[in-house]
Design a protein around this ligand. Sequence first.
Ligand SMILES: C[S@@+](CC[C@H](N)C(=O)[O-])C[C@H]1O[C@@H](n2cnc3c(N)ncnc32)[C@H](O)[C@@H]1O
Length: 314
Amino acid sequence: MPRFLRPNQFLYPQPLEALFANSKPLFLEVGFGDGRFWAAHHALEGAVNYLGVEVSGVSLQKAFARYKTAQLEDAVLTRISAEFLIRNALPEKSISRVFLNFPDPWFKGKHEENRFVRAETFELLSTRLTENGELWLTTDHPPYYDFALEQAASTGLFEVTTPEPPSAALQTKYAMRWQSQGLNIHHARFKVIKPASREFTRLEIQGDAMPHAQLSGDIPNAPLEKTVARFEHCTVILLESFARENRLLILARIEEPDYAQEILIGVGVNDDGRVITQLETFGQPLITAGVKKSIGVVTDWLETQGMTVVRRSY
Ligand SMILES: C[S@@+](CC[C@H](N)C(=O)[O-])C[C@H]1O[C@@H](n2cnc3c(N)ncnc32)[C@H](O)[C@@H]1O
């Protein structure tokens, strides 16, 4: 049966044997949409492990239902940006194949930097693909296709072939849509020839320890003003606060490379009478360096409101 994993259920980096309990090759599908591709194509690939990554929750539900009906084994789905997962969770030389079917083209001028196939992603992939591992791209969009070829070539790390696409890639939701409008489909395979010499550092992601601080004094009930704190690798935005019965909840947005999350930070009195500000578990946040910084930003704000910091643990 397929499995769904939340981002905070991965390890960073994630040993593959702990994810699949076998050593079959790993195939990754980026932006699987409603899951039609893998449901139709998997039988042609033999025994492999499948990891599907999507940012859309609705797509994830549809694909999950489809894979369940098809009783797909060794399939894990997750909802997060593919770039984030590849960079932070997947080990070096771990992915045998990446499928990218009909990626969002980001065709307006400056939006090119959002394209998955930019040179930086090719470099990253060159470190995460196994020897001779490949990215298979299928798209209806000639400028996107040309851009991918040009960006890959600029890295000098990939060899490109342009065979026919696998037939299942011509039957995805988007493949059908574009073909019905008379658009041609383009396909290219990028085989890694060597890994990039630059290193791709991983974001520091902590396990379960909830970052917190202890304070003394009265919890403020004046509303918090929107606060933006910029750090080298992240931005913390305190959006608003909700006060209720000597308890404060603060909604914050944390922006880090390829990942943004909204979290709740609580300020309240715990059972032994200490005032604690801490990350709330609601929404299953991923405890990144940016999340830890946000506890510091809230703690600093509480100080400006007359509270005294006793201990910082983040
Ligand atoms: C045009 S749709 C194609 C869906 C499917 N592959 C198909 O052919 O029907 C592009 C998909 O990529 C997903 N997507 C966009 N950016 C992504 C990212 N950074 N990581 C993972 N998925 C992403 C979108 O949510 C969307 O489902």
